[in-house]
Design a protein around this ligand. Sequence first.
Ligand code: HEM
Length: 489
Amino acid sequence: MNIIIQLVLRINNGAIEKNDRIRRINSKIPGPKGLPFFGNILAVRGNRHLKYQQYYKEYGPVFRVKYGTIERVVLTGYPILKEAFIDHAELFQPRFLRENNIIVKLYSQQKFKGLIFSNGDYHKNLKSVILSELTATKIKKMEVHINEESKRLCELLEKRANEGKEFVMNKYFNLFSINIILRFLFGINYPYDDLNESSVEVIEVIQRFFKLLSEPVLSDYLAFPHPFPERPREFYRCFRKLAKNILKLIGNYKSKRSSTGSDEHGAIIDKLLIELEKGNITNMGLVSICVDVLIAGADTVGQTLMFSFIAMANDQSIQEKLYQTLNAAIPPNEDYSYSKYKLTIPYLSLVVKETFRKYPVGVLGLPHMTTEDVVIGGHTIAKGTQIIQNLYASHRSEEFWNQPDEFIPERFLEKDVGTLHHFAVGPRNCLGYSLAECEVTSAIATLIRNFNFINPNPTQPLNDEGDFSIALIAPQTKLLVKKRHNLVL
Ligand code: HEM
């Protein structure tokens, strides 16, 4: 017993000493004063991205906040993010992992290792395996499926248009993006005639999982191993549900593969199964990786689309101009094709860029960590500090954008326009960016060609303020849709 107590004390002392060093070095970085023990954790509850926007205005592009004993430095604006994540890429690349966090412990054990919370060669290898399935050529090959999903969405919307009633749009976009990720991962899509119970459940579990993952918990305050629960039970319930679904899909995929005798279906899972056979990942690791790609890829695109349509329903002139541009560029009986038209319909690109600018749904990215002491923007940041990319505040700052809170696609025609970085900056940025761009552009083009999206109460602009989560959540939004003509299907 004595030995165990001594061991725990030694670990505690090690952690406390390490934290003291970080605190000492970071103490010169400006930032809000915090409460003893809690630091700033109570002040940033709720819409954290708005609080960080306010801190950026008060303290500048490099500011420090404390989450209990965790030292967090927040970087805002492309120039400072570039200085850190590109000019010092190696020092800022790793994911921040709390050593005493159970999830992180689980994830970092070989058995459960996923993608998002791994580092080093394991992460590098996995990222390149998955990226090899998301090249421009692969995406072009999959375009037919993306168009199919867009058309299915149109068919559902046609029913709503025929009813002539307003309806909540959000879950349709979520289903669209989940289906595309499932196509890339497993070569399948979620069966739906409309929003049935099981599809809605998957959407809700993914959103809840993200939300729970983004909420600070008691363990955030503590620098040492402890017995307190890390996350509410609901978190594990969500993970188990997702894992169960994924295991079923992997099982189905394997039996389909053995029944057809084919080795190559062109889905990401093919490549991951090879990694499993080589012993580079475990069975549970495979599940964690699939959960990571599913949650990272589904909610982000769904929320982005919802924000875009809210903006366009609030400004009919943008929607009308886009509709006319698309009509002029694409023959009436031809589908929109991303690979064919992405460079030839400038106004569509402007609308997509402005969507990503005004609504960078990965608002604070995912936490990174410094591997050495480093000077950024004139401030010394200690080795081991948690680093956050303040993407929302960067994209909404008057320093880089004129009228940043307005939706103005034409801003990208100006000469000295800011730099978009909604997929984060540096080599550890979003793995799905090419797919996301293709999905968002294709869905906007196909839907706007076929429907007019209307705010049912035009005297009151639709709310476009999101609710903080790892992927900003768009408000539940009721729209009216009107068919433009016979659908281009
Ligand atoms: C509008 C859509 C999307 C946005 C705005 C977005 C944004 C982001 C951001 C900000 C990060 C954090 C990067 C960092 O830590 O520096 C990220 C990471 C990630 N994203 Fe996306 N993302 C989107 C779509 C997707 C899609 C479609 C996929 C799936 C194919 C995906 C998969 C991932 C993965 C796996 C990571 C973790 C990368 C790593 O740890 O190396 N994302 N994304």
